[in-house]
Structures are given as structure tokens and as C-alpha cells.
Design a protein around this ligand. Structure first.
Ligand code: PLP
Length: 387
């Protein structure tokens, strides 16, 4: 099976992890400090906080900017459930904004129409690795005094003009899950230009305690004070060693993804039934996912196409079902059918094709051949049914 995504782990990554295992600190030690400094430098952000995963990063971001009961946070309908769940963890209410059908990025005009007196923050998701329209979102946030949060779990290594993802929002959340741009097994981080958010994030990942273990060791003190309610969301030094080693390869991995995506683009010219998503101007795409959209005549065949590709050994996927269609959201907030028509239409047509740095162009040739065969078999099935 050729999966839709997977990690690339090399010898030096393994060596970096073993070095930490042989040292004194397995968790929240000097390797965390080194990783945070390296990440902050890479994305040109004043502060970085390592955290146990991307979901915890989103939760911490919501807590840092003070989301609580009665607050509304606008999130795109097409995203992983964790984006909206983080609002629920804090007792807030996610309000779903529609997406631009060409890019599946949050539609800024739809966001503007959904701002109320209860709105506190907007979350942009850099869908598939392509940065959202941060200039327009920034203007909107400044106008209404809202916090701009980036769910950049897809887009580490991306940029808007010369500004790297990580320095485009008040809080930027990253994931280091194995399919993401770099991995630490499980892992995440938040970057921010704001010192007060930075301090709250550090406290939030460590039970809400004001000092960490190493600070007390250095001060020869045993007393600690829990000032707020936090969690144990710490990343281990073992994971930070892997993340740090992977971070050095980020641009190489991104270029490999980009070259593969360009080759898909070239091959799919002969497949007018499939439309790749649009590229936005002046952005660097991190190419986390390669997503195609089936043209209207194939809309009702997407699931059959999915099965036909899977049965041929290609780990295609669908990113994502509109969050408000999940049963938990329907139970909590009622059916919201029609709330984001572009997202609902896109969900019926999208298919994620395999893309990760370890692939070669011959893999893409195989994917495209399998797409042809799958279409032929679907047409055959339809003709058989019609006869
Ligand atoms: C992966 C992902 C997350 C969650 O990250 P984890 O590290 O798996 O917790 C959140 N949002 C988006 C858009 C993601 O792709």
C-alpha cells in the first residue's frame, strides 16, 4: 500500500534520539530548550513553546488568549476536528466559516459576515500546506479586536511573501505527527510574538505551575505555586531530539514534496475529470497534502473511486468532512446543513493522493495509471447497471 503520507527517518535522526536516551534528561530538559530556540529562529518568531501534540497546541492557544464560556471562535468548516474541539475544551463555541472552493482555505468574506459581539478569535487553517490569506485576516482581526490563531499543522516550512508561517498570527500551532512536514512521533509547538502569551503557554503545558522543575533545581527550592489550571502537555526530550534533527531537513523535505506536486500537476493535465486545487499568489506551499477535486460528473462516484484506488494498493484519503456534520457536533449544536455550502460541495468531490518526501515520480505514474483504471472500472460498472 502506498500511503497518502508517511515519515522520513534517517540515520542521524536515530542517532539524535539515542544520544538523549543515554543522557540525564528524558523530559523537559536542555533538548527542549534547543528545539524551541531552533524553531523560533526558523520561523522568525520571538517565542516558541514545545507541547505534546498539535491538538494540545490548539488547546493551549485557546487558553492563552482567554477563550471561555460564551465566547465564539470562527473556524473553517473543512479541517481536522481538533481545530474546533480546542474551542470546546475551553467552553467556547466554534462558529463555522465556509471555504473558498478553489483553495479550500477559509473564506474571509464569510468570516466577516459571521463576526458577532461574542466573537473573540479567528482560526485560519493552512489547508494542505498552503498559507491562508493572513493579510486580509489580520485587517479583520485588528478592526474587530480579535485574536488571530493559525492552525499551521499542515504548513511548517510555508510562507506568505518573505514571512514564514509561524510569524503571521498572534498564535501559530504546529503538529509533528508522522504524516506532517516534520515529525517527533507525537509532538507540537506554538509560536507567538507576545511575551504574555508565551508565559501562559509554558505554564499551561505544566499544570499551571509558575516554575518548572529545572528552575527550582537551579534555585535549590522545593516550593512551587499552581497559579492557574493547566495540563501535563509536556513534550519529552526524546521527542525534541527527533524534532530538532528533522527541523534541519525541513526545506529539503518541502522541496521534494514540491517537485512531486509539480509532477502530479503535469500528469493530471491529461485527466480533465480531476481538478487540482488552485495555488495562491506570493505564497510558499508546504505541500502537506496533494488534493484533487472530481469534476461534477464524478461527484457521486468519489466513494467508489476511493474504494477502487484502495483496492489497487493506493492509500488515498478524504480531508475532511465538514466538522459540523460529525454526530457529536450535531448532538451539541443541532444539524447545521447548508451553513457552509462550498465546504459541503467540496467534501463530496475531494480525494487526497499519496504525497511524501520518500516518493519518486514513478510512484506518481502508478497513481495516475490507477486513477485511469479506476475510472474505467466505474464507467464499466455504470454501463453494466444501465444495461
Ligand atoms: C494534525 C492536525 C491537528 C492535530 O495535530 P495532532 O498532533 O495530531 O494532535 C490539528 N489540526 C490540523 C489541521 C491537523 O492536520
Amino acid at each position: 500500500m502506498l500511503p497518502y503520507g508517511r515519515q522520513t527517518i534517517e540515520r542521524d535522526d536515530i542517532r539524535a534520539v539515542v544520544e538523549v536516551l543515554e543522557g540525564d534528561w528524558l523530559t523537559t530538559g536542555p533538548t527542549i530548550d534547543r528545539f524551541e530556540a531552533a524553531l523560533a529562529e526558523r520561523v522568525q518568531a520571538p517565542h516558541a513553546v514545545a507541547i505534546s501534540n498539535g491538538t494540545a497546541a490548539l488547546h493551549a492557544a485557546m487558553a492563552a488568549c482567554g477563550i471561555g464560556p460564551g465566547d465564539e471562535v470562527i473556524v473553517p468548516a473543512i479541517t481536522f476536528v481538533a481545530t474546533a474541539n480546542a474551542v470546546l475544551y475551553q467552553g467556547g463555541k466554534p462558529i463555522f466559516a465556509d471555504v473558498d472552493p478553489r483553495t479550500l482555505l477559509i473564506d474571509v468574506d464569510d468570516v466577516a459576515g459571521k463576526i458577532t459581539s461574542a466573537t473573540r478569535a479567528i482560526v485560519a487553517v493552512d489547508y494542505a500546506g498552503q498559507p491562508a490569506d493572513y493579510c486580509a485576516l489580520r485587517r479583520l482581526c485588528d478592526q474587530h479586536r480579535l485574536t488571530l490563531i493559525a492552525d499551521a499543522c499542515h504548513s511548517l516550512g510555508g510562507a506568505c511573501g518573505t514571512q514564514p508561517v509561524g510569524n503571521l498570527a498572534d498564535l501559530t500551532c504546529f503538529s509533528f505527527h508522522p504524516v506532517k512536514p516534520i515529525t517527533s512521533g507525537e509532538g507540537g509547538a506554538i509560536t507567538t510574538p507576545h511575551k504574555d502569551y508565551y508565559q501562559r503557554l509554558r505554564q499551561f503545558r505544566n499544570h499551571g505551575i509558575a516554575t518548572d522543575f529545572r528552575q527550582r533545581e537551579r534555585a535549590s527550592a522545593h516550593v512551587y505555586d499552581m497559579e492557574t489550571l493547566g495540563f501535563n502537555y509536556r513534550l519529552t526530550d526524546i521527542q525534541a531530539a527527533l524534532a530538532n534533527s528533522q527541523l534541519k531537513k525541513l526545506e529539503r523535505f518541502r522541496r521534494q514534496r514540491e517537485q512531486l506536486a509539480e509532477y502530479y500537476q503535469l500528469r493530471l493535465v491529461d485527466h480533465p475529470q480531476f481538478q487540482p486545487l488552485d495555488r495562491t499568489a506570493n505564497t510558499t506551499h508546504a505541500w502537506h497534502l496533494y488534493v484533487i477535486r472530481c469534476q461534477a460528473e464524478l461527484t457521486n462516484c468519489r466513494d467508489s473511486l476511493f474504494s477502487a484506488m484502495r483496492s489497487r494498493g493506493f492509500g488515498v484519503n478524504v480531508h475532511y468532512r465538514p466538522v459540523y456534520q460529525h454526530s457529536y457536533y450535531e448532538q451539541q449544536f443541532g444539524k447545521q446543513t447548508g451553513c457552509c455550502p462550498q465546504a459541503e460541495a467540496a467534501y463530496r468531490q475531494i480525494l487526497t493522493l499519496p504525497l511524501f518526501p520518500g516518493m519518486i515520480s514513478a510512484d506518481i505514474d502508478r497513481v495516475c495509471r490507477a486513477l485511469d483504471e479506476s475510472i474505467d472500472s466505474l464507467v464499466g460498472d455504470q454501463q453494466a447497471r444501465a444495461a
